[in-house]
Design a binder for this molecule. Structure first.
Ligand SMILES: [Fe+2]
Length: 266
């Protein structure tokens, strides 16, 4: 059974479980009213080519790291999701420390979508301190029902110094000790330690299967400077501050001082 935030257990126990296994399932964390606004934003993000332009701005940035015309966090419901107070409270409980926003991605996986091989998403920081935690909040807007890929994780793998794609040659083949997460209600979130090995295993989509709406947001514990993944990261943080995302309740959330300069990955 996936470890769930629901049920018995103190915050301390939940934190210990997260530290040990590297993930936490939060069924139905997101309210329906927010989901109703998020889904059409994802459709617009994908169908209007905004996602493609966002990717292009990272792959081939201008001399000044020119931003795309619109960023995910400028979509109103996405901005609210990024700073959804219950989520940020849980992350604060899990980390027991201040944290800074790293990036937000939004996508729609259609039936028959390919899988994503084993990998992790932990970015380095300038002290090389692996004890500083980066987390990804994986939001499944319509839940998971096993029809458009499943989330598969290897509990405890975040404690091993794997490179990001060390096991990519295995594709999405089963690994010993893996946990498959394929049944979640709408508005569910899985918080993972970004260093946790995980994969999206493709599933045979039956006729009539619905697209899977997927948004992921990542956050880093403060205490070192983290490597940004977007060349326009300063513009991203400045926009979040200008829009007052989070309402000032999380003073470190959009602070530039927690980042190194952008450098293209080798
Ligand atoms: Fe990932």
């Amino acid at each position: 059974m996936p470890l769930s935030f629901e049920g018995s257990g103190t915050v301390l126990a939940q934190r210990e479980h997260f530290t040990d296994s590297g993930y936490l399932v939060l069924p139905g964390l997101l309210p329906a009213a927010l989901l109703d606004r998020l889904v059409p934003e994802v459709d617009r993000w994908v169908d209007d080519g905004l996602r493609s332009r966002s990717i292009a701005a990272c792959v081939d940035p201008g001399a000044d790291g020119d931003p795309p015309p619109v960023m995910e966090l400028e979509l109103p419901a996405h901005g609210e999701l990024l700073t959804h107070e219950p989520l940020l409270q849980i992350i604060a409980d899990l980390l027991g420390a201040p944290f800074v926003f790293h990036h937000l991605h939004s996508d729609r996986h259609n039936p028959g979508a390919p899988g994503k091989p084993w990998h992790h998403d932990h970015e380095p920081n300038d002290t090389g301190d692996r004890d500083l935690v980066m987390v990804h909040a994986l939001h499944y807007l319509g839940g998971l029902d096993g029809t458009v890929g499943t989330l598969t994780v290897v509990p405890g793998s975040h404690r091993e110094p794997w490179s990001k794609s060390a096991l990519a040659h295995l594709g999405t083949d089963p690994l010993p000790g893996e946990v498959v997460i394929d049944t979640l209600p709408p508005g569910s979130t899985v918080v993972i330690n970004s260093a946790l090995l995980h994969a999206r295993r493709p599933a045979p989509s039956p006729p009539g299967a619905l697209p899977r709406y997927f948004v992921d947001a990542s956050y880093c514990q403060t205490g070192a400077r983290w490597r940004p993944v977007k060349p326009y990261w300063r513009h991203m943080l400045a926009t979040a501050r200008a829009r007052d995302l989070g309402g000032g309740r999380w003073p470190e959330l959009f602070a530039e001082r927690h980042f190194t300069e952008y450098a293209r990955s080798a």
